[in-house]
Design a protein around this ligand. Structure first.
Ligand code: MG
Ligand code: MG
Length: 629
């Protein structure tokens, strides 16, 4: 199979689109007539410009409202087709998409449409062009690929075939397995798009909400499996219309597109062994076993404040790096690394963002396989000079410019703490019962959310939860979690739209997407709360109204609510179990820490509590709009 993307999917000028598409590694493009009309050069020059980027023009589109017309309208439809064929000959493109008619005068009738296509096929033959017919989900008479296929079958012309588009099939809830009955040599072209499941008008949904395969909720993999089962070995292309993408960065979107299509074809190949994908073998999705460490770039007073907070939460400063100003703080299985180096990656992260999480270490089975899959999916490898006595730990750039390191038992990388750190005997203090990292919460601008989720779900064995809206008093923050099946690694993604929300002001302060909070798990939140109070930890104070509401909402006993209120513990329930949360006060830039206890199978992150927590945090932060320095 060859990979392509429609020029409409990528923002920017035509030249910017081509550069980004070629750089990402696509083999071809669908040229959209709109893009083409807007360009200055002749079709011949534009065709050359595209080929100079190493790209083929895989498809010319769209040709609308062709079939089912009569009289003068029908004659004009054929004239329009000839004009397109002339342009295509100049461009150097031999495949055209004809989408099913929405013309008010189109009559319908399978045989009438088949006759139109047979005649069009005759003209196309003279040009050496293949016509592909696509059923639009909102087509006037044809809105189902099974009907489009019947028309193509009856047209019975070698220059007329079928175009399949996952959106049109899946949006109408048509069983994609019906594709398995179509012969591969009649499938001219395959278009892929995903979308979130929202109830709305099909045309509006398609024009504004399509997204890359894996970014939405449609069964694109099942669709592509059915296509692969036919033996299709031609073009597979992304056709994405999305309002957010139109304002995005060409290179990032093209890279996400390639990441999505490679991950999808890899999934298909694993389930449909007959697939003829001309793609290199890549390791399967990577199971993640846990968060091995979280590293902060920090300096000066900010470093002192962070150390004091960690100490008050029961962490011990257990080790120092053999050659660098890097400290290891630990409690249970949680390792926090504080990096005060003045050169290297952490130093530049600090210079850009101030105190921030610059690096996260994930425990995996094979670090080498992880990097192989990540880089095959266009993640950027990360390297910095390895000092004397240091291990060379494989890493890639994560989203938002941070770094992800991968540690495994297999290659001895998990021994980094013994190898690179000198322990501080006698430094261990009584802990507060924190055992592991429950989740890491990252904040980004809302239009980056799909990209961040795709990064995690394409590379790792992680799935995403549906998006939820979190109400900030000053706006809405969209939130979605990606997690491993056993919950060993959970990452929440929070998309802010306005700088007035807590997440949005953090985003502005940190100059780009970053970790805004880390939640530590305890097995007994009340024991932890008592230990923290004894250590001088100041929890985020919650209001009496919050606890009165909680009592009514869940029908809790007065003593239970009183106990929660005494320690400023927040509470939530779902069908699986119960959830307890305790928050730190926010740092100046809006970063904070959280402690949670999950009981039973509670699967969420306390979203119903977020508005009250955010309001409490905002009360403690400086007034809106006051600059930090
Ligand atoms: Mg389409
Ligand atoms: Mg949280």
């Amino acid at each position: 199979m060859k990979t392509s993307i429609a020029t409409v999917s990528i923002p920017g000028s035509f030249a910017e689109k081509l550069r980004a598409i070629a750089k990402a590694g696509f083999q071809g493009i669908e040229i959209f007539e709109q893009d083409f009309i807007a360009e200055e050069g002749s079709p011949r020059e534009i065709g050359r410009m595209i080929r100079d980027h190493g790209l083929e023009i895989a498809l010319f589109q769209p040709f609308r409202d062709f079939e089912g017309l009569t009289g003068e309208l029908r004659r004009r439809a054929f004239d329009r087709a000839r004009a397109k064929f002339d342009t295509m000959a100049e461009l150097g493109c031999d495949r055209i998409l004809v989408c099913s008619s929405v013309h008010p005068e189109a009559l319908g009738g399978i045989d009438r449409a088949a006759a139109d296509f047979r005649e069009l096929g005759e003209i196309a033959r003279d040009y050496g062009i293949t016509v592909g017919y696509e059923a639009l989900a909102w087509g006037r008479h044809v809105n189902d690929h099974r009907d489009a296929w019947e028309i193509v079958r009856r047209a019975d012309h070698p220059n007329v075939g079928l175009i399949l588009d996952s959106f049109h099939t899946l949006a109408r809830r048509i069983d994609p397995d019906s594709i398995r009955r179509i012969p591969a040599d009649r499938i001219v072209f395959v278009q892929l798009a995903d979308a979130p499941l929202i109830e709305m008008d099909l045309l509006h949904w398609s024009r504004h909400f399509r997204c890359m395969p894996g970014e939405g909720e449609l069964a694109v993999t099942a669709f592509m499996r059915a296509v692969a089962a036919t033996g299709h070995d031609g073009w597979v292309s992304l056709e994405i219309f999305n309002d957010q993408f139109r304002g995005g960065r060409p290179e990032g979107l093209a890279r996400d597109g390639l990441r999505a299509i490679v991950a999808l074809l890899d999934d298909v190949r694993r389930t449909e062994p007959d697939i003829r994908a001309d793609l290199p073998e890549i390791p399967p999705r990577v199971p993640v076993r846990g968060v091995e460490f979280v590293e902060f770039a920090t300096r000066g007073q900010e470093a002192e404040a962070l150390s004091a907070m960690l100490a008050a939460m029961g962490f011990s400063h257990l080790g120092d790096h053999v050659s660098k100003r890097v400290e290891l703080w630990q409690q249970g299985d949680i390792r926090i690394v504080l990096n005060r180096e003045e050169t290297g990656f952490a130093a530049s992260a600090w210079a850009t963002h101030g105190t921030c999480v610059c690096d996260i270490g994930l425990r995996v089975d094979s670090a080498a396989d992880t990097v192989a899959r990540a880089t095959a999916l266009k993640a950027e490898p990360f390297r910095q000079p390895v000092g004397p006595g240091e291990l060379d730990i494989p890493a890639v750039r994560g989203v938002g410019g941070s770094v992800l390191h991968f540690l495994d038992e297999e290659s001895g990388l998990a021994r980094v703490w013994e190898v690179e750190f000198r322990s501080r005997p006698g430094a261990a203090r009584g802990d507060a019962g924190l055992v592991r990292i429950d989740h890491v919460a990252e904040t980004m601008s809302r239009d980056e959310m799909l990209s961040w989720a795709l990064f995690h779900t394409a590379i790792f064995e992680m799935t995403k939860t549906p998006m939820v809206d979190v109400i900030d008093p000053d706006g809405i923050v969209r939130s979605q979690a990606v997690a491993s099946p056993d919950g060993a690694v959970r990452i929440t993604l929070n998309g802010a739209e306005t700088h007035r929300t807590l997440a949005g002001s953090f985003l502005a302060e940190s100059f780009g997407g970053a970790v805004q909070h880390i939640a530590f798990a305890t097995r007994d939140i009340f024991a932890t709360a008592r230990a923290l109070e004894a250590a001088g930890f100041a929890a985020l104070p919650m209001t009496g109204n919050y606890y009165r509401d909680l009592k009514a909402r869940f029908g809790l006993a007065a003593e239970a609510v009183e106990r929660l209120a005494r320690h400023h513990i927040l509470y939530d329930e779902d069908a699986g179990g119960a959830y307890f949360q305790l928050y730190s006060r926010p740092f100046e830039n809006g970063f904070f820490l959280e402690i949670v206890e999950r009981r039973g199978g509670y699967g969420g992150y306390g979203a119903p509590n977020a508005p009250f927590r955010i309001a409490a945090q905002k009360r403690l932060m400086r007034p809106k709009g006051m600059p930090r320095r």
